[in-house]
Every structure is written in C-alpha cells, then in structure tokens.
Design a protein around this ligand. Structure first.
Ligand code: ZN
Length: 456
C-alpha cells in the first residue's frame, strides 16, 4: 500500500495533459490481504480457546489451563506474539471493570476485555474496531463450572480477530485499527460498554465497529447448508438520535441511512469486490429479532457499528449443555465449526478494515440543499494538516429512495461543495465519501445528523 501511494504522489495526481484524474476504483493490496487469511490458523485458535473448558464470565481465573482467566491471558499473549512479528506494532492491553449487582452478575466479577491497537501513521486517533467475544455459556447462563466450549459462540469471532491482527499488522494504514476480544457478552454486553466508555475517555474517534458474533456455522437448523453468504445487521436510525434530530429526519429522510447502515452497505460492496463466493445479506435491523450483540453498546455510545454473522444458525449448537437427546446432538463443539467459512467471513472483515483504516478522514458536517430547483448541492467540512495527509478528494453518491445500495457516483475532486446539475433532490438519497490516492475510501456519509459519523 505504501509503495502504491508514493507512486501516485509522484505522478502528481494529474494526467499528462494536466487533466484531473480519478482515484483507482480498486485497492489492489486488499486482494493480497484477503488471500493471506488462513483457515488452519483460525482452526488452531478456536481449538485453543475451546481447550479452556469454559470461558464463562464468572469462571475461575487462577488456573493456567482452565477458565476465563487462562483464556484472556492466552489472547493477550497471542496479541504480543503477533506484535513481535511486526516490530512491536501493537499496543496490547486489558480494559476492565468490576461488575456486581446485575441480574446475571450478582456477585463482584472483573470483566476483562483484551484489546490490541495498531496505530495509524497520519491519523492515529481515528479508529476502526474489529471485535469478537471471549466468554461462553451453556444451558444455564449462571453456571460457571459446566463445560461451555463456545466453539462457534464465540471462539470463531475471537479467532477471526486474531487472524485479522496477524494479516493487517504486516501493513500500515493512515488510521488506527483496534482488535478487540470483548468480555461479559452473555451476561449483559458488559465488555462492549466498558470499552466504549474507555474509548470516550481516551478521546478516540471510533468511526466503525465491526462486531463478529458466530461466524463459523454453515449448516443451519433450517436445513440450509450455506457457506457463500453472511449477514450484516445494522440499526436504521441512530440509537442516540434526539427528538429534534428525529423531527428533522421526518422531512429530509434518513430512516435507512444511519452511519451503521452505510457501514453495512460498505461491507456489502466490499464482499462483492474483494471476497470470492461471498454475498452479504444486509438485514435492516439492529440485530436478530429481539436479541442482542456487542455492537449495541457502541451504538448506544454514539459510535457506528454492525454485527457480522453466519446466515443460517443452529440453535442446538448455541447456549446448550453438551448432550444427546432423542438422537439430537446439542452443544457448541469444535466438530460443528466450518473453519473455511469462518476464514471467509474473517477475510470480509480484513478487506473492510484495510479500506476504512486506509481511507482519509470521513466527510464531516455534510449538508444538502436543492429544494425547488433542478440541481442538488452537497457540502462538507475538510480537515487540514497531518490527518488529511492521504486525502485525495471526495466522491458524491446517489440512489433511488427504495434502492438498497448506492447506484450512482461521481468523483468530484478535493472540494468541499459540489452541485449535481439536473439531479432533483426529491427523487434520490445522496451522500459523500472521502477517497485516498490508492482508492481506499470511507463509507458514504448521508447528510445531516441522521447520517453523521460524528466529525472526522
Ligand atoms: Zn451467545
């Protein structure tokens, strides 16, 4: 990626005759990152995580081979081993709080997440996060002793996070990437809330959370065997939207254009472009019907975030004591995980993270106007100085209001306002993205508070 950037810089971003040049529509390095993902390493990591017997949040912490303490120390050590391979490029840390008095954590328990930060070269406080969950459970959510291998739920997600760190730490990006193994998910989404609070304290600008929760089951309880699709869940309006913002949205649109939703569209497009034999099913809802995941506490802290997940679940393999009943096998065991499929969904994460971290600062303060005239004008704010070092320009997008994906776009250069002539504002939804010289691009940012990624 670095070599390609410098080549384009040397060319001065203009053609021989001085005409304006559009950035490439494809980031070639992303193909290499996708090809580097190893299903064997993911299998080895899931196997190790399962070997701790249980990773229940309240399980023992003293043993080196059993329970949540051993599991999180192994994840920490693994991040350190990965960091050693890239000259110490990862900052590895525990982020924890003692929780008590909760329905599923009545007695005090240290809820300890493990995160590793790969710092960006020019905009290090801009962060994108890939997460999975450390903890597991069996039939009784309070049983901290019984075997709870949690092979798919959610060793698969943590193994994906570790593999992403291995692959992407071999490259450098403008913005930072956080690799997160979150704790306390099954007991009430505690790790995500704790890490979101910590990020706000640190002043990190978290622009995207890609939460992976169960990415390794390809044989569904519905009888469908499918290793070629993935679901991406996203909220339609921001959890933090104020009544005044909702009032504005009623007149301008934006019900299906939250930053999380446009992150989902970005991931959908990424699958089509970079991951062979994988199609994204965008689900227009926060999560599965009435159920939760660790992207939610980030959404509640005002941060865009989605859940990536297998398309066909097997409920007999989730939250179940290991047993055979009436000939049916229950339990979240290693044998039921499809490691090649987990690798494919990991590749989707990696392709997404590489582009988002490689993108320039996302468009901020996007506004739109054009009522009662035959043109539509978008404007936005542009950062100055070091954070904008890899900013080449902006691309304006539009689509019919009932289209699921952006269909029209135009690269408009390094400007902060653009008017689309003879495109009537009433008939489309609009947005704008920022683009780097190598083609790395931000998600499309829908105008106004409904679509805002919250500043640069
Ligand atoms: Zn679960």
């Amino acid at each position: 990626m670095r070599i390609f950037v410098s080549m384009v810089m040397a060319a001065g971003l203009t053609g021989a005759a001085g005409a304006q040049v559009a950035p490439p529509s494809e980031v070639l390095d992303v193909h290499d990152h996708v090809a580097a993902v190893s299903a064997d390493r993911i299998e080895a990591d899931i196997t190790t995580l399962v070997s701790f017997g249980t990773r229940h949040t309240a399980s023992e912490t003293e043993s080196e081979t059993h329970g949540i303490g051993a599991a999180r120390r192994w994840i920490h050590d693994e991040f350190e081993r990965i960091s050693a391979e890239c000259g110490g490029c990862l900052e590895v840390m525990y982020v924890s709080e003692t929780i008590s008095g909760e329905r599923r954590i009545p007695d005090p328990v240290d809820v300890v997440s493990v995160i590793a930060i790969q710092r960006g070269t020019t905009d290090p406080d801009r962060m994108v996060v890939m997460s999975g969950d450390i903890d597991s459970r069996a039939s009784d959510v309070m049983n901290a002793e019984i075997d709870a291998p949690g092979a798919n739920d959610n060793a698969s997600g943590v193994a994906g996070v570790l593999e992403a760190a291995r692959v992407l730490s071999q490259d450098e990006f403008a913005g930072s990437i956080i690799y997160a193994a979150l704790a306390g998910e099954e007991q009430g989404l505690f790790g995500g809330r704790i890490v979101a609070d910590y990020a706000l304290e640190q002043g990190w600008r978290i622009k995207a959370v890609i939460n992976n929760d169960m990415i390794g089951n390809s044989a569904g309880i519905d009888g469908v065997v499918d290793n070629a699709t993935a679901r991406v869940f996203s909220e339609g309006t921001r959890a933090t939207e104020t009544p005044e913002e909702a009032r504005i949205r009623r007149f301008t649109g934006g019900e299906v254009d939250s930053p999380s939703r446009n992150l989902a569209r970005f991931i959908d497009r990424t699958a089509d472009q970079y991951v062979p034999n994988l199609d994204v099913m965008m689900v227009y809802r926060l999560d599965r019907f009435g159920r939760g995941g660790h992207h939610r506490p980030f959404n509640e802290a005002g941060m865009p975030g989605v859940r990536i997940m297998e398309t066909h679940e097997d409920y007999n393999r989730q939250h179940q004591d290991i047993r055979v009943e009436d000939g049916i096998e229950y339990g979240d065991v290693l044998e039921a995980v499809d490691f090649d499929y987990a690798a494919k969904l990991t590749a989707l994460n990696i392709a997404t993270l590489a582009q988002l971290a490689g993108a320039p600062p996302f468009p901020a303060d996007v506004t739109i106007s054009g009522a009662v005239r035959p043109s539509t004008t978008l404007s936005w704010a542009r950062p100055e100085g070091e954070p904008a070092a890899n900013l080449m320009g902006y691309r304006v997008y539009w689509r019919l209001t009932d289209a699921p994906q952006w269909t029209h776009s135009r690269y408009v250069g390094d400007v902060t306002e653009f008017t689309l002539e003879n495109v009537v504002i009433d008939n489309y939804y609009f947005g704008v993205s920022s683009v780097a010289p190598d083609g790395s691009e931000s998600p499309v940012v829908f105008p106004g508070p409904a679509g805002s990624f919250g500043g640069y």
